[in-house]
Design a protein around this ligand. Structure first.
Ligand SMILES: Cc1cc2nc3c(=O)[nH]c(=O)nc-3n(C[C@H](O)[C@H](O)[C@H](O)COP(=O)(O)O)c2cc1C
Length: 161
C-alpha cells in the first residue's frame, strides 16, 4: 500500500505527528512517505492508495499552504481515499470562555480540510483526528503517541474492510 502524508508545520509538532504515523505504519509493514505541503506536485499524489493531510489549526482552520493545495485544480483528488489530522490547543487548558465559544462556531483545521476534500470528490476513510499540544509552540501532549498507534490500527482496519 502506498501512503503519502502531506503536512504543514510552524513549530514542528504536526511534522512530529506525521513522523509518528510513518513509524506506526512502518511497524505494520506499510511504508509511508512524509512530505511538506510546499513540495507536493500532482505527480506525487497520483499513484498513492491513501493520502493523509496534517495541518496545525491556526485561527480555527488549516494553514494557507494546505488550503492552497486542497483548492488547486491540478491536484488529482477526485475519488481518492483520504484522511486528515490536525494539531490544536485543548480548550479545557485555557480559561477563555470566548475561545471555547469560537471553537464551537469556527472549528478546527480538520473540519475545513474534510469539507474541502468532500467538495473535491475525495472519499474520507474515517473521521479526522485532532492531537493536542501543550501550548502554541508545543510540545505534543504525552498521550499523542498512544493515540496515533490506536488511530493507525483503526485506519488500516477501515482500509481492509
Ligand atoms: C497564530 C496562531 C493561531 C492559532 N490558532 C489556533 C486555533 O484557532 N485553535 C487551536 O486549537 N490552536 C490554535 N493555535 C495553536 C496551534 O494549533 C499550534 O501552534 C499548533 O498545533 C502547533 O503545530 P506546529 O508546531 O506544527 O505548527 C494557534 C497558534 C498560533 C501561533
Amino acid at each position: 500500500m502506498d501512503v503519502l502524508v502531506i503536512y504543514d508545520s510552524f513549530y514542528g509538532n504536526t511534522l512530529r505527528v506525521a513522523e509518528l504515523y510513518q513509524q506506526v505504519f512502518a511497524d505494520k509493514g506499510i511504508s509511508v512517505e512524509v512530505k511538506h505541503v510546499s513540495k507536493i506536485e500532482p505527480e506525487d499524489v497520483k499513484n498513492k492508495k491513501l493520502l493523509i493531510f496534517g495541518s496545525p489549526t491556526r485561527a480555527f482552520r488549516e494553514t494557507p499552504g494546505i488550503r492552497k493545495l486542497l483548492t488547486k485544480k491540478a491536484m488529482p483528488l477526485t475519488n481518492r481515499l483520504v484522511f486528515v489530522f490536525d494539531t490544536r490547543i485543548d480548550p479545557d487548558d485555557t480559561n477563555s470562555a470566548i475561545l471555547k465559544r469560537f471553537v464551537k462556531w469556527f472549528g478546527y483545521a480538520c473540519d475545513h480540510m474534510e469539507k474541502q476534500l468532500k467538495k473535491r470528490g475525495a472519499h474520507l476513510v474515517s473521521k479526522g483526528i485532532g492531537y493536542h499540544v501543550m501550548s502554541a509552540e508545543g510540545p505534543l501532549k504525552q498521550d499523542v503517541s498512544m493515540k496515533v498507534n490506536q488511530h493507525v490500527a483503526e485506519l488500516i482496519n477501515h482500509l481492509h474492510s
